[in-house]
Structure formats: C-alpha cells, structure tokens
Design a protein around this ligand. Structure first.
Ligand code: CA
Length: 229
C-alpha cells in the first residue's frame, strides 16, 4: 500500500505502548508471574512478543520447556495472576503525543478504532477515563472479539469491518513487531512508533511502512502524511 493510494477514513490504534505507556509494567508482570510458575521468560521477550494474546504468550514459554501447549487451567491461572499483578502497579500514563494525535484524528472527521489483543478490563476501563468520547464500544476490537490474535490479520480486518472501511481507507498505528505484522498482513498501511527498547529495524522488518521514534513525532508529522482535504 502506497501513501498516495490511501483515502483516509479511519485510524486503527493499538493500545499498550501506543495510547498508554504501559509496556514496562506488562513486561515486569509477565517476567515475574512466569518465573513464579517455573517458566523462563524475560522482560525483553515480553517486548518482542507484545501484542500476542495471553494464551499465546504463555505457550511460547511453555512450549519451549515442555514441547507442547500449557493446559487451559494453567493458562487461565497465569493470565489471571499476571492481570492482578499489573493492576497493582501505578496507573500507566497516557503516551505523550497520543491525546494530541487523537484530537487531530477526531477534528479531521476520521474514525478512531481501537485494536488491542488485551483482555484486561482495568485497561479497557481506563481507556474510557483517559480518552473520553474517543472510542465508542462499536469501534473497539479486544481479545474478546477475535479467534486469532496478532500477528494474524484478524484483529485489524475486524477493525476495518467495524469502522465500515476498506484497507486503503485506513492506517494502523502500532508499536510492536507482532502488531506491525498483523496490520501489514491485513493489507493496511502500517505506521510503527518505536516507544519501547527494541531496535527500530525489527519494526521495519515486520513490515512497517513508516517508522517514528515516538507518538509525539508521529503527531508532529501527521499533517504532512495526511493533509486535510
Ligand atoms: Ca502494543
């Protein structure tokens, strides 16, 4: 997809690491709870696998050690513990630049759509609090909506469907390699914002069409990318 082929109507936003500076807490929580259950999983891996569903994340560690997927009850227990630990951390702040970008998106009459692999109620509730009136429930795709999580294109294809737009009428804003792969596989122009500790090259290799060092940088360049008609 070329930038000039886009007739922008909707912007599909990932949540963690894009709208909230929440990834360091997720990484800490994953590393600690996996360790609690005898599974080896580093903070760095949490960033590399960011965007996968809870079950898929747990199974990466479990498969490596045991050669098969974890039992469903264990997955449920680990994910519940991880979510509980995450909820004890300080409230993640809004990602600098994100509120300003959402304002621009709204003011331009574009549809903001949330596309997250998260199934954590605390964060989804926080969204309504920190970004009031931006994302309507019918324009949200969460872990509860999809069968296949990122890097499968399903979440972003569902985002297009919910917004009632085609791939060339949308862009994806993502911070994680897995999420970039999902946006790219859905045939959508995918903008990567490197808000974490990974090398930006990883995001380009995942298929990012553009790479920005922060949400603030993307916000500042937005009108150059998508001039208001
Ligand atoms: Ca993310």
């Amino acid at each position: 997809m070329k930038l000039t082929d886009i007739r922008l109507r909707a912007v599909l936003f990932d949540m963690d690491g894009v709208l909230f500076d929440s990834m360091p807490y997720h990484a800490d929580a994953w590393a600690e709870v996996m360790h609690r259950h005898g599974l080896h999983f580093t903070r760095q891996e949490a960033f590399l696998h960011e965007g996968r569903t809870g079950a898929a994340t747990i199974n990466i560690a479990y498969n490596r050690q045991y050669g098969h997927d974890a039992p469903a009850e264990l997955i449920e227990q680990i994910y519940a513990e991880k979510s509980a630990l995450f909820a004890q951390y300080p409230e993640p702040r809004q990602m600098p630049g994100a509120p300003e970008l959402l304002c621009k998106v709204k003011a331009a009459g574009l549809i903001p759509v949330l596309v997250t692999g998260s199934g954590q109620r605390s964060l989804l509730d926080r969204l309504a609090h920190h970004y009031p009136g931006i994302f309507t429930p019918e324009h949200m795709v969460t872990a509860f909506d999809v069968r296949h999580g990122k890097p499968d294109p399903e979440p972003y294809l569902m985002g297009l469907h919910k917004a009632g737009v085609q791939a060339h009428e949308a862009v994806v804003v993502e911070n994680a390699p897995i999420g970039v792969q999902a946006g790219h596989a859905a045939g959508i122009f995918t903008i990567a914002v490197n808000t974490g500790p990974l090398d930006g090259q990883v995001l380009l290799e995942a298929g990012a069409d553009r790479l920005f060092p922060s949400m603030k940088a993307l916000c500042e360049e937005w009108e150059q990318l998508f001039p208001h008609p």
